[in-house]
Ligand binder design. Structure first.
Ligand SMILES: Cc1ncc(COP(=O)(O)O)c(C=O)c1O
Length: 200
C-alpha cells in the first residue's frame, strides 16, 4: 500500500456489529460482560475502545511500527515514554525542543531524579561526552519546534544503540509522510496529531 492508501484504509476493518465500512465513533464507557472478564475485548473505555484501536492501528501502519498507542494529547504520549525510565536514569535531548516537552522534563521529571542533558544535536559528535552507563534515552525532535533544526536520526541512533539506549523521536513537524524514524533505527515515534500536515 502506498502512503495515501494506508492513510485511508490501514487499521480499519468493517464494523462487526453493523458492517459500517469506516469505524464508527464509539462513545461507550462500559461494555457488557457475559460473565466476569468474559467479553468481546472491550470492558471499559479507558482500557480499550474500538475507535481508538482503529486509530492506533492506522498510525502504527503509517509509521511502519508494530504497535500504536493514542493518548488525548501529544504530551500524554511523551509523559508515557518518560515513565519507562527510573530515578537515576539520564536522557540526552536537544537544546531546541517543543516548550511543553522542555517544561515537562525540567519541572516534573527532574524532581523524580531523572537527569536531562539539553545539547546541540545538529552536530552528532556533541553527544559523546554525555554518554555513560546511566544514559537510557535519546529524545529527538527533528525538525525542531521552534527553530526547525535538523538532526541526523540515523547517525544518532547508531551511536545510541552502541550505548544500549532507547531512541524516541517526536515526528510531529515532519509527519510520517516526510520522515520514517523507525526505518532509521528509532524505537519509538510520537506525534501531536492536531498538527498533522496536509500532504500533497
Ligand atoms: C513538536 C511538538 N511536540 C509535542 C507537542 C505537544 O502536543 P499536544 O499539544 O498534542 O499535547 C507539540 C504541540 O505543539 C509540538 O509542537
Amino acid at each position: 500500500m502506498n502512503f495515501g492508501t494506508k492513510a485511508v484504509h490501514a487499521g480499519v476493518t468493517p464494523d462487526p456489529s453493523t458492517g459500517a465500512i469506516m469505524t464508527p465513533i464509539y462513545q461507550t464507557s462500559t461494555y457488557v460482560q457475559e460473565s466476569p472478564a468474559k467479553h468481546k475485548g472491550y470492558a471499559y473505555a479507558r482500557g480499550a475502545n474500538p475507535t481508538r484501536n482503529a486509530l492506533q492501528k492506522s498510525i502504527a501502519a503509517l509509521e511502519d511500527g508494530k504497535f500504536g498507542i493514542c493518548f488525548s494529547s501529544g504530551m500524554g504520549a511523551t509523559d508515557a515514554v518518560i515513565k519507562l525510565l527510573a530515578p537515576g536514569d539520564e536522557v540526552i535531548t536537544s537544546n531546541d525542543l517543543y516548550g511543553g516537552s522542555y517544561r515537562m522534563f525540567r519541572k516534573i521529571y527532574e524532581k523524580f531524579g531523572i537527569k536531562f542533558h539539553f545539547i546541540d544535536l545538529t552536530d552528532v559528535n556533541n553527544i559523546t561526552p554525555f554518554l555513560n552507563e546511566k544514559t537510557k534515552l535519546l529524545w529527538l525532535e527533528t525538525p525542531s519546534n521552534p527553530l526547525m533544526r535538523i538532526t541526523d536520526i540515523k547517525a544518532l541512533t547508531t551511536i545510541a544503540k552502541k550505548n544500549n539506549m532507547l531512541v524516541a523521536v517526536d515526528n510531529t513537524f515532519a509527519s510520517p509522510y516526510l520522515q520514517n524514524p523507525l526505518a532509521l533505527g528509532a524505537d519509538i515515534v510520537m506525534h501531536s496529531v492536531t498538527k498533522y500536515l496536509e500532504w500533497p
